[in-house]
Design a protein around this ligand. Structure first.
Ligand code: F6R
Length: 244
């Protein structure tokens, strides 16, 4: 619990930076699982500051994003490709070949093989060292909507009404929001060595309380984090307001 999202985001960015630096010392790569949306923006801003002002390098960093709308063009205003480049990748020294974001453009018939390959790529680099998450108002993590199985892996999913409604303003209306998305699965996320979920503001307080204090249930995918040995929920005062 931090008094503000600002302070909390700086602490999370520092943890990521420390991880990168400690791996660099031993010549190891750091594999980051990344999220989009409003929650991680300040973490990325702080990582950019650490790169610019304190010499933090992303040369030995590999990233895998959680999700992407489907279908969507990478240069669309709302695409997660665009988000990641604007909020982080364009401002640090990461190599383009080390960036992985699920595709929004492949034909649907190719997605099964594509998703299996995305999983394999994560395995091939030794798994995720650190996974950053936000939480949807329906309790989703990534785009693992309620009903997502604990053993789910990267796949094409149908977005919940609430998720699409929350994205409607950004797309200029509900009808423009894609109906589907590709997301890493619950199993993919839970296999990360370290997980940090960010939740800022009053509008996240109720779902966060249920995710943390309620039973573990596929009806509330964020509750699966209770089963992870090294997961931390980082909240500001407003986000924590319903916790007992
Ligand atoms: C985004 C993602 C989603 C968001 C969640 C919260 O990559 O995976 O699960 O983290 O919808 O979104 P914000 O942070 O915009 O409230």
């Amino acid at each position: 619990l931090y008094p503000t999202a600002d302070l909390a985001s700086k602490a999370v960015a520092q943890e990521i930076a420390d991880l990168i630096v400690s791996h660099q010392r031993t010549g190891d790569w750091t594999v980051l699982g990344l999220a989009t949306g409003s929650s991680p923006k300040k973490v990325y801003a702080e990582l950019i500051r650490l790169h610019r002002e304190e010499g933090l390098s992303f040369r030995r960093v590999i990233t895998f994003n959680l999700d992407e709308y489907y279908p969507i063009q990478p240069d669309a205003l709302q695409s997660y490709h665009r988000f990641m480049h604007e909020h982080l990748f364009d401002h640090v020294d990461i190599s383009p070949e080390n960036i992985h974001i699920p595709t929004g453009t492949l034909p649907a018939d190719d997605l099964k093989a594509y998703c299996a390959d995305y999983e394999q790529k994560i395995q091939d680099v030794g798994g995720l060292d650190f996974q950053l998450l936000g939480i949807g108002r329906n309790g989703h993590i990534g785009f693992n909507e309620p009903g997502s199985h604990q053993q789910s892996t990267t796949r094409l999913i149908t977005l919940d009404f609430l998720t699409r409604a929350d994205a409607a303003a950004e797309f200029g209306g509900l009808a423009q929001v894609p109906k589907r998305a590709i997301t890493m699965g619950i199993r993919t996320i839970l296999a990360a060595k370290r997980i940090v979920l960010l939740a800022w503001g009053e509008h996240k307080a109720t779902i966060l309380q249920r995710a943390v204090e309620g039973p573990v249930s596929e009806l509330l995918p964020a509750s699966y984090l209770q089963t992870h040995p090294n997961a931390t929920i980082i909240v500001d005062e407003a986000g924590a307001s319903e916790l007992t």
